[in-house]
Design a protein around this ligand. Structure first.
Ligand code: SAM
Length: 357
């Protein structure tokens, strides 16, 4: 069961008195474990045009009603607030961000209001072609593109759609325009492990970070089995058989949870993100807000704080959202402790499309 902190004004009165006044107002958004949070993953929709095997299940998927997701005006109010509180980097995610109408308009508005914001987008890139120049002009700094295979048939098997060509076209456009590109593949043993040399070659020839994400047992997805798990350690050991990898020092890393490696004679790098085998909770600097305005402070925790009713209540508004953000952030857990207890279960109740991957 998902636990929500509902926006009951009586409850909020308690929050108001408990909130430390002023500290975060100076752009320092710290939690009780000494971590400074400056990064928000903001989901703009739970809808997606792909049906990825690890994100989707055969049962009927329920999507949010249009009225339940945050309007662009509400998203902009939230962004104004978190920027003032010390969030300097925002990643738009989903569902598929480009599946939401007029998303470019939202992006332009965000960057006009906050020109120094480090705004990035995580996308499956199937709807991206033709939009890269406008994104670059708006000030988007980086595109994270999810791509699990370069094989057309396999792409169709994994995603349920024959759209690989759309993705590769968009990647070509982004690279031609000099946009920073990170490619993310979910590491799937028995499914895309045979393509490791192809991925490495791509990163050798192109200035991209090609990152492998360990498969996480999310939500009620029924396609996960332990046999599909391909650990970061395994990936690196196999990669070393094909190419000389140089671990990049901390100064060069700046890659968040990814551990990055230079490829001998290559333009790009490869990386691994290991939420399952090697936690990065101690350095976690992020919050998530779902498309219906629920704040989640840890990917591994189902605890949510519903911000939408506050935003929609003229008597509460930003002042109370701020207090909930402050309190929630102070209670941000160490995710690996949750994971240890949940070994046998799924990582979170929801699927990635609903949380905002
Ligand atoms: N539609 C966008 C995209 O494809 O990047 C954003 C949302 S998607 C849910 C974000 C990322 O989460 C994708 O890279 C996807 O592959 C990853 N993802 C989804 N389910 C996952 C799982 N169970 N384990 C690991 N990664 C997962």
């Amino acid at each position: 069961m998902t636990k929500s902190l509902l926006a009951d004004p009586a409850d909020l009165a308690g929050i108001a008195s408990a909130a430390p006044q002023g500290k975060e107002a100076h752009g320092h958004f710290a939690d009780s474990h000494g971590r400074t949070v400056d990064y928000l993953r903001l989901s703009v929709t739970d809808r997606c045009n792909l049906r990825c095997m690890y994100c989707w299940s055969s049962e009927q998927m329920q999507f949010l009603q249009h009225n339940d997701i945050l309007t662009y005006e509400e998203i902009l109010r939230l962004v104004d607030l978190v920027a003032e509180m010390g969030i300097s980097k925002i990643r738009l995610t989903g569902g598929e961000p480009f599946a939401r109408k007029n998303i470019l308009h939202l992006i332009q508005q965000m960057l006009q209001r906050h020109p120094h914001l480090d705004l990035r987008i995580t996308t499956n890139a199937t709807l991206l072609s033709g939009k890269v120049q406008a994104l670059k002009d708006a000030g988007v700094r980086c595109l994270n593109i999810s791509l699990d295979t370069f094989n057309r048939q396999k792409f169709q098997n994994i995603t349920g759609r024959d759209m690989l060509r759309n993705v590769t076209r968009a990647i070509d456009e982004a690279l031609a325009l000099g946009m920073k590109v990170k490619l993310n593949a979910v590491a799937l043993k028995g499914i895309n492990d045979d393509e490791l040399p192809v991925f490495i070659n791509f990163a050798r020839r192109n200035p991209v970070d090609f990152r492998f994400i360990e498969f996480m047992p999310m939500g009620q997805c029924n396609r996960w089995t332990q046999d599909n798990f391909w650990s970061a350690a395994d990936i690196l050991a196999t990669a070393q058989e094909h190419v000389n990898l140089t671990p990049l020092g901390h100064g060069e890393r700046k890659a968040g949870p990814a551990r990055l490696y230079g490829i001998e004679g290559g333009k790009g790098r490869i990386g691994v993100i290991s939420p399952m085998s090697n936690h990065f909770c101690n350095d976690c600097n992020r919050l998530r807000i779902t498309s219906d305005g629920r704040l989640r402070t840890c990917l591994f925790s189902d605890k949510e704080y519903s911000l939408r009713p506050l935003l929609r209540n003229p008597k509460l508004g930003e002042r109370f959202v701020r207090r909930v953000l402050e309190r929630a952030n102070r209670n941000k857990p160490l995710g690996y402790k949750i994971l240890q207890k949940m070994r046998e279960h799924t990582v979170a109740d929801k699927r990635m499309n609903a949380i905002g991957g």
